[in-house]
Design a protein around this ligand. Structure first.
Ligand code: KIV
Length: 289
């Protein structure tokens, strides 16, 4: 797919003035020093230019998550998400941001086969989107791939615990690590991902005790989702925290109720169109004078 550019002179994508420098991979990595993170890392998902513009001033990192499969495309899981989708949405988010580090998820099937396959997919995602890092799901099994990428100019965000691309193996999206052996495996996965060279990692959907153990064990920043306040940062799916869906997992805090607000704005618009009160003279072109 060719790189898409927007005519910023004529579209709504006109970027805001660009103050300062974009957050870098080393600056995220070094937030955690000797096991301590003074300033927690703020991450949210973004899939579009406009959402990126709105979130960027408040976030250290924007994640173009493959959750866009469900959130944007209405797919049943992240399994059908393609590299093309990630490139297009990644590029939109990079265009809409100037401060946050943008990381893009590598979709299912684009990296698991071999480190070489992962390199080709990640290089394409970075070239076409302009993102600074990619995220890979998986623990010990993915360590050689993370090592391969991070030694070849591709910064990697790890992802352990509940890994949604493995939904068919896991049998659902329930919290991980209720049993002792699985808890130990998640900690070992996190260690392997950190040792392989990831600069930070997401820990998703695990019991508090495990998240705490992971955060205390690995030297790199651990960003939690459905994990615990002990993590070095937090991430949520933006549409969940804005209240755009009726059903959200227990770990989501809703900071707004946009579904209700959008519904009532659409209702008011529909009423005004039907009663011919919109457009009013204020929204109508007439000769000046
Ligand atoms: O795809 C995604 O949005 C993610 C986050 C939930 C961490 O991986």
């Amino acid at each position: 797919m060719s790189k898409v550019t927007i005519d910023t002179g004529t579209s709504r994508a006109t970027p805001s003035p660009v103050p300062g420098k974009r957050t870098t991979v080393p600056s995220i990595r070094t937030r955690k020093q000797d096991g301590t993170t003074q300033q927690p890392i703020v991450m949210l998902t973004a899939y579009t230019m406009r959402m990126a513009q709105l979130l960027d001033p408040h976030c250290d990192m924007l994640l173009v998550g493959d959750s866009l499969g469900q959130v944007i495309y209405g797919l049943p899981s992240t399994i059908p998400v393609t590299v093309e989708m990630m490139c297009a949405h990644g590029a939109a988010v990079v265009r809409g941001s100037w401060h946050a580090l943008v990381a893009v998820d590598m979709p299912f099937g684009s990296y698991e086969e071999s480190p070489e396959q992962a390199f080709a997919s990640a290089a394409r995602i970075m070239k076409e989107s302009g993102c600074a890092a990619v995220k890979i799901e998986g623990g010990e099994a993915m360590a050689p791939t993370i090592d391969f990428l991070s030694h070849r100019g591709i910064p990697v965000v790890g992802h352990v615990g509940l890994t949604p691309q493995a939904v068919n193996v896991l049998g659902g999206y329930g919290v991980r690590g209720r049993e002792g052996p699985e808890a130990q495996k998640i900690v070992a996965d996190a260690r392997a991902v950190a040792d392989a060279g990831a600069f930070c990692m997401v820990v998703e959907g695990v019991m508090e005790e495990i998240a705490t153990k992971v955060a205390q064990t690995v030297p790199i920043p651990v960003i939690g989702i459905g994990a615990s306040a002990e993590c070095d940062g937090q991430v949520l799916v933006t549409e969940d925290m804005l209240g755009l869906f009726e059903r959200t997992p227990r770990f989501v805090k809703r900071y707004d109720d946009l579904a209700t607000r959008i519904g009532s704005a659409a209702q008011t618009y529909a009423d005004e169109v039907r009663s011919r009160t919109f457009p009013s003279p204020d929204q109508t072109y007439r000769p000046k004078g």
